[in-house]
Design a protein around this ligand. Structure first.
Ligand code: 13P
Length: 248
């Protein structure tokens, strides 16, 4: 049985002091025995948030990471820095990083490999644009993202990876993919994993849906056969996030 994982992606929101306040508000609301709860926060918020979640079920994630160990990479953050700070998850290849910071599938693959080497759990994002959906190339595109993202990742490591399917047209638009659309793509992603690895790996890997998830849409989405939770943007900054975690 795959354990549901609900992660908040705070994006570029909340100063360190605001972050601690938000954690204090959400702490009692996101308590859960059945769901893995992760707050993926801006780099500068990591240290105070790790402190603020101590003694709770909340795990902390980063929103990005560089694939080198250390050195002359001004402005970047290494996996060892994240681990030392108490981070357990890292969002990799979010569509905003692909679009604004020109990250490629090959970059994301390097990051996935490096994160796993350091025992960080990658939340590897994929998702098509509206244009691609309309052209009918959604699955080809997503298969490519998944295949390149997981290149050279052995099966025993791949099972730890969380894949987040986030159609770009549904991010921050209030336009959630229908449960059918979301399930269809997440099901295809699982098939793709079975082709790369085997059925057991495909059955073990967790696949999230992301894109305008809210307290209303979460129950139906998360009940789908191949959807194992969500990556939540806007609604993770509000009390709503408690209802999303406790969607059942
Ligand atoms: P929204 O939930 O704000 O649409 O953002 C989704 C997302 O990009 C999470 O990574």
């Amino acid at each position: 049985m795959r354990r549901t994982i609900v992660a908040g992606n705070w994006k570029m929101n909340k100063t360190p002091s605001e972050a601690v306040k938000l954690v204090e508000t959400l702490k009692p609301l996101v308590a859960s025995d059945d769901v893995d709860v992760v707050f993926c926060v801006p780099a500068i918020d990591i240290v105070p948030v790790v402190e603020a979640v101590k003694g709770t079920n909340i795990k902390v994630g980063a929103e990005n990471m560089y694939y080198e160990e250390s050195g002359a990479y001004t402005g970047e953050i290494s996996p060892a820095m994240l681990v030392d700070a108490g981070v357990e998850y890292v969002v990799l290849g979010h569509s905003e990083r692909r679009e604004y910071f020109k990250e490629t599938d090959a970059d994301i693959n390097k990051k996935v490999l490096k994160a796993l080497e350091h025992n960080l759990i990658p939340i590897m994002c994929c998702g098509e644009s509206l244009e691609q959906r309309e052209q009918g190339v959604t699955m080809d595109f997503i298969r490519q993202q998944v295949k390149i993202g997981l290149q050279n990742v052995p099966a025993e490591q791949a099972v730890k990876v969380v894949i987040a399917y986030e159609p770009i047209w549904a991010i921050g638009t209030g336009k959630t993919a229908t449960t059918e659309q979301a399930q269809e793509v997440c099901g295809e992603i699982r098939k793709c994993i079975a082709e790369i690895y085997d059925d057991a790996t495909a059955a073990a890997i967790r696949i999230q849906y992301g894109g305008s998830v809210n307290a209303k849409t979460a129950p139906d989405l998360f009940a789908q056969e191949d959807i194992d939770g969500g990556l939540v943007g806007g609604a993770s900054l509000k009390e709503d996030f408690g209802s999303i975690v406790n969607y059942k």
